[in-house]
Design a protein around this ligand. Structure first.
Ligand SMILES: NC(=O)c1ccc[n+]([C@@H]2O[C@H](COP(=O)([O-])OP(=O)(O)OC[C@H]3O[C@@H](n4cnc5c(N)ncnc54)[C@H](OP(=O)(O)O)[C@@H]3O)[C@@H](O)[C@H]2O)c1
Length: 380
């Protein structure tokens, strides 16, 4: 395989270094904004040098962002090149177009590293679909927020201390918004749901709550209920469409989700025949993520192209039949009608089982007067 890298940052360097030891993968060109010794003789500032080169059969996009990543990926496929990307933002935004182009041009499109970093999640999700019906997917899909919540929980750190430490360790970016507000997880859930349920789950339709306003009293509340607080994402098949949401949740101390430490991820699928299958490991990081990119390349080399179903009809996301009790902490409890309240204690309350849709509507309502309000679903 004659491949080219678009981007030579954390993941690009990892891919380049692992590939150097593999005779199957020859990385002949590298697009980067700066040059260095490692890419001397292969470096270019101009994407056209790669996209117009008929010798290059596979393009690996690890630049991040939606533009120009989409333009480069689509041009590569138009030119008959296979593409592999670790970029969840561009895949969530252009999933339908990428699948359609890969079918039309008969080229491979793979993005295993885009969800779960180093965990072989998407590739197994797609494999498990065969001869079975996936009914539910979900779990902890962001290592940064799991690290922050674990540090607050185990060491009594407050949110800003835990975030600073995550940034010092390189887990969180300088602008941590995409992680702590749940946008990163939302994209990963949308891509996973599109593959699991054979359609297109639009990330913009997935209600999302993050952990930005999480306080230590929220973690104490979880402990009082023999639970642990996690940021999680779930999607399940419904009669018409799917349910999908991203939210902090209280999970029982005895559950698998509660035991996921530090910056690890754990994702689970439930299928009619296979039952529950969980995958855990490094959800990010140079070499774990690069390894998943490499496995995609080796699969392509072995003749296994795209693993996505050709069906990309929009999936209706409806959260009115998924019922849970919810925990709220708010200075505006009057925004929560008495008939849904199960128990109150100061500014903290638990609702009766209500739909995910209703919980997010209540949060939106109370956030108008209390922007620091916090909500978490209570799982049993
Ligand atoms: N890091 C992880 O653990 C991880 C895990 C899973 C998935 N991913 C995904 O992998 C992708 C890459 O992440 P990363 O952590 O490697 O990011 P990164 O360290 O910022 O690397 C991206 C590189 O691409 C370069 N770049 C950006 N736009 C470019 C352009 N138009 N032309 C040429 N080079 C360009 C950047 O240059 P400058 O720095 O000069 O802008 C940077 O060197 C992202 O989509 C990310 O979501 C990352």
């Amino acid at each position: 395989m004659k491949a080219a890298l678009l981007g030579h940052g954390t993941i690009g360097v990892g891919v380049d270094r692992i590939a150097a030891a593999l005779p199957e993968i020859d990385i002949v060109r590298v697009l980067a904004l700066e040059t260095d010794d490692e890419i001397l003789g292969r470096h270019t500032y101009d994407a056209d040098d790669i996209l117009n080169d008929p010798e290059i059969d596979t393009v690996i996009e690890v630049m991040g962002g939606i533009h120009p990543a989409w333009e480069f990926l689509s041009r590569a496929m138009e030119a008959g090149k296979n593409v592999v990307t670790a970029n969840k933002a561009v895949v969530a935004a252009y999933y339908r177009e990428l699948v359609a182009l890969s079918l039309e041009k008969k080229v491979a499109f793979r993005c295993t590293a885009a969800v779960g970093g180093g965990i072989p999640w998407l590739v197994n999700l797609s494999r498990e679909k065969q001869g079975d019906c996936i009914t539910k997917i979900g779990g902890i899909m962001n290592g940064t927020t799991n690290y922050i919540l674990s540090k607050m929980d185990h060491e009594g750190a407050d949110f800003s201390e835990a975030l600073k430490e995550a940034q010092r360790l390189g887990y969180a970016e300088k602008d941590p918004s995409a992680d702590i507000d749940g946008d990163d997880v939302r994209r990963k859930l949308a891509i996973s749901a599109s593959i699991a349920f054979d359609g297109f789950a639009d990330e913009n339709d997935v209600p999302t709550a993050g952990i930005r306003s999480c306080l230590s009293e929220d973690l104490s509340f979880a402990h009082e209920r023999h639970s642990v607080l996690k940021l999680a994402a779930f999607a399940s098949r419904k009669e018409l469409g799917i349910s999908a949401f991203v939210s902090p949740v209280l999970v029982p101390e005895s559950s698998l989700l509660s035991s996921v430490p530090g910056n690890l991820n754990l994702v689970t699928l439930t299928a009619e025949h296979a039952g529950e299958l969980s995958f855990a490991g490094q959800g990010a990081g140079r070499f774990p993520t690069a390894k998943n990119v490499i496995l995609d390349l080796l699969d392509i080399e072995a003749g296994n192209g795209a693993f996505y179903a050709p069906e990309t009809q929009p999936l209706a996301i409806k959260n009115d039949s998924e019922l849970l009790p919810w925990y709220f902490r708010t200075e505006s409890p009057e925004g929560i009608p008495e008939d849904v309240v199960e128990a109150r204690e100061g500014r903290r309350l638990i609702t009766k089982p209500i739909s995910v849709f209703q919980a997010f509507s209540l949060l939106e309502n109370i956030q108008k007067s209390d922007s620091a309000a916090f909500m978490a679903g209570i799982l049993s």
